[in-house]
Design a protein around this ligand. Structure first.
Ligand SMILES: C[S@@+](CC[C@H](N)C(=O)[O-])C[C@H]1O[C@@H](n2cnc3c(N)ncnc32)[C@H](O)[C@@H]1O
Length: 308
């Protein structure tokens, strides 16, 4: 079971929230893309989609990563998330992702998590693990590569972690598989719930029309009513239909660090054409949290505010 948030952590979150209401705009989450290397070539991947534009170097060293963790902490962030690339492939000498997770905890982050395709190894050291699940076996494999679904499921079966959730990106190739994917997540004893996103182009060939998104939001709302563990709040799901979220995006709440040590707020795609077709659900949840929506505050806290 996840532990309850401590009084100190609760006070920090409450002060952060109140500060945001009164105009003190500090980051709460530090998302670090520690590498661009990946063992998969997923059809929808925005990192692959921007491959020609990726700055050098393609990986943070251990020492620089620690400095960047400290930078985010000093900015006010208390939730640390590692992204890639594939974070479980990250290595620097004898150090691997587990050392970064430990360093984040030592600095004082309340919660450390990472996102993984789950085909390499899934480390249980973090408080939260987000595994990418883009369909039932046939669909997931067609998007992520043959055998990736079974590898992910075999790795999940080795775990006893209390806070693993699935992250699904809806796109052309899996828009007809929402129910089957949610059923697969619900049937898996290791997965606590599923977060739904729409693809944020590039690549454009997988992008969904607004009508397709409307149908998917309706289907997701119905699945939620039926009791399936969809983690997106109802209001956040509806706000997924505001494609250009620029005005509502609380970009300051979320700091991003890339392997070249560049710092971004909101997301590295902020201010680009992609921003006008934003499909990231987290942005809606952050926005609802700073607008004081009780469901978003309660549900997102359950997943992301607690230590293991
Ligand atoms: C970039 S991946 C990195 C972590 C890891 N390699 C993985 O596959 O989970 C992080 C998450 O972003 C999602 N993602 C990738 N490209 C995306 C896009 N164009 N729009 C929305 N989400 C995307 C992936 O499906 C994954 O869940």
């Amino acid at each position: 079971m996840a532990k309850l948030v401590s009084a100190g952590q609760f006070t920090y979150y409450a002060r952060w929230w109140l500060g945001s209401v009164f105009g003190r705009k500090n980051a709460l989450v530090n998302t670090m893309m520690i590498n661009f290397q990946c063992n998969l070539k997923c059809k929808h991947c925005s990192v692959q989609g921007n491959a020609d534009l990726l700055p050098e170097p393609h990986q943070l060293s251990y020492d620089i990563a620690k400095e960047e963790m400290q930078w985010g902490f000093d900015e006010g962030a208390r939730v640390l998330f590692f992204e890639g690339g594939e974070p479980t492939l990250w290595k620097d000498g004898d150090k691997d992702l587990r050392d970064l997770i430990k360093a984040g905890r030592d600095i004082g982050y309340f919660v450390v998590g990472y996102t993984t395709n789950g085909t390499n190894v899934i480390y249980e050291d973090s408080d939260v693990i987000s595994i990418s699940l883009d369909g039932p076996r046939d669909v997931h494999d067609s998007i992520r590569g043959a055998g990736t679904y079974d590898k992910l499921m075999a790795n999940l079966d080795k775990l006893s972690h209390p806070n693993i959730f699935a992250n699904m990106v809806l796109m052309k190739d899996n828009k007809d598989a929402l129910r089957r994917t949610v059923e697969a997540a619900a049937a898996n004893k290791h997965i606590r719930g599923i977060m739904l996103n729409f693809i944020t182009p590039p690549p454009h060939d997988q992008a969904l029309s607004l009508d397709e998104k409307k149908a998917l939001v309706d289907e997701a709302l119905m699945l939620k009513k039926e009791g399936y563990p969809i983690l997106n709040g109802t209001k956040a799901l509806k706000e997924m239909l505001i494609e250009d979220y620029t005005e509502l995006c609380p970009y300051w709440a979320s700091a991003f660090v890339l392997p070249d040590c560049s710092h971004h707020y909101g997301c590295p795609m902020r201010g680009t054409e992609s921003c006008k077709e934003c499909g990231f659900t987290a942005v809606r949840e952050y926005s609802l949290i700073v607008r004081g929506n009780p469901t978003a505050i309660r549900e997102m806290s359950k997943r992301f505010a607690y230590s293991k």
